[in-house]
Design a protein around this ligand. Sequence first.
Ligand SMILES: Cc1cc2nc3c(=O)[nH]c(=O)nc-3n(C[C@H](O)[C@H](O)[C@H](O)COP(=O)(O)OP(=O)(O)OC[C@H]3O[C@@H](n4cnc5c(N)ncnc54)[C@H](O)[C@@H]3O)c2cc1C
Length: 167
Amino acid sequence: MIPGIEGIEQEYVIDSDDILAGSKTAGKKVVVIGGGSVGAETAHYLMESAQRKVFLLEMLPDIATDMPQDAQIVFAKEVKQMADLKIQTNTKVVRIKENSVIIEKNNEEQELKDIDTVVLACGAVPNNELVQALKGIDAAVYTVGDALKVKDATKAIYEGAMAAIEV
Ligand SMILES: Cc1cc2nc3c(=O)[nH]c(=O)nc-3n(C[C@H](O)[C@H](O)[C@H](O)COP(=O)(O)OP(=O)(O)OC[C@H]3O[C@@H](n4cnc5c(N)ncnc54)[C@H](O)[C@@H]3O)c2cc1C
């Protein structure tokens, strides 16, 4: 995940995968960039696992819009009740500075200060290195799931099943 945001290369900017896998931990005041299901679930996890203040930033008017609708309603209701989870929708991250994040909302810039960790949960792209490496081998190669396009498990299972049927 490497969205083109100025300042993203800084050490305190980490990936949501690292948080969820437990390979990195976040500080006390955290910004999560991206309020899709992955960012929203990461923010929820960060709130559960320690005493923190978390800002969940999303460009769209709502969070977790890629979840099934029933799950989204239940989830959104729960996270909106978490006092220290500040959900900011219609909000774009402009740049990441040293320990602060500049956001744009309603055509105005604001600074979220004293941030310990920035977590990226946006801009996921397929990893198809293996597909490239297998080019030219004497066998049929099928690319399915997130390696083809990042989406969800049901689509990945369907595509895998269709490939298996074809084989
Ligand atoms: C936090 C989070 C929550 C999610 N929640 C949901 C949800 O609730 N519902 C839903 O439907 N989807 C959800 N998704 C999306 C879902 O997990 C993915 O769409 C799905 O796992 C894609 O399946 P896949 O088999 O294509 O890829 P993966 O599940 O990523 O599996 C790919 C496997 O290939 C292995 N691999 C990679 N490269 C190589 C290589 N070169 N050689 C050998 N092995 C390799 C990897 O280690 C991995 O085990 C979620 C995703 C995230 C990140």
